[in-house]
Design a protein. Sequence first.
Length: 226
Amino acid sequence: MGGEKKCIALISGGIDSPVAIARMLKDGWHMQCVHFSLEELTGSAPEEKSVASLNHLMTLDNEIGKMAKQQIEPNLIIVPVAEQAAKFTEKWAHTEYFIHLKRMFHKLGELIGNEYGATHLLTGENLGQVSSQTLGNMGAIEEMCSLIPLRPLLGFDKRHIIDMARLLGTYRLSMAVEVCDALGPNKPTTVANKEWLELSEERAGGMENLVHQALEKQYSVELLQN
């Protein structure tokens, strides 16, 4: 690539995101980090963990810390999405809930990325780990975003990712009860039907409308504030 490598980095507050970010820092990527908040349902813990992990990376006394300070934008963009997520708990969309959520996240990432001048979207996705990360669903999610995907953890075993998180010092910061699936179904779809996804999203108000409503409530948190 010619010029500066810029991406939008999605950070959830979980174990994977900081590891993915650290790996792409080493590859020279500059990034704007974004967190999609379900605080009305989950509380503030995911946002707090995201901030803590980024602050940790930026204060490491090593090469990664130096790169983090130089390559990570000094603010975390927070986009509240609880209101939009709730629309996909209806019986006609619930089994695809996680897929709809990721499609919304990727569309939001695209819009934020266009403002930032990003060419890529960075995620901590790990193939087959959960319903939205099966091979059968990733294509349906990816099509929502014109930014090229960066998935540095895609083929890693979860135990290896945990080991990397421990080495980085982010593992303990990411540990807590997982609440990101608070509205999720008991038996999520593992192979999405594109036509049904699009019909459900129209029924929920249209994905374009949903993402623009969410963006109206976005705010930023300064990093290295503690």
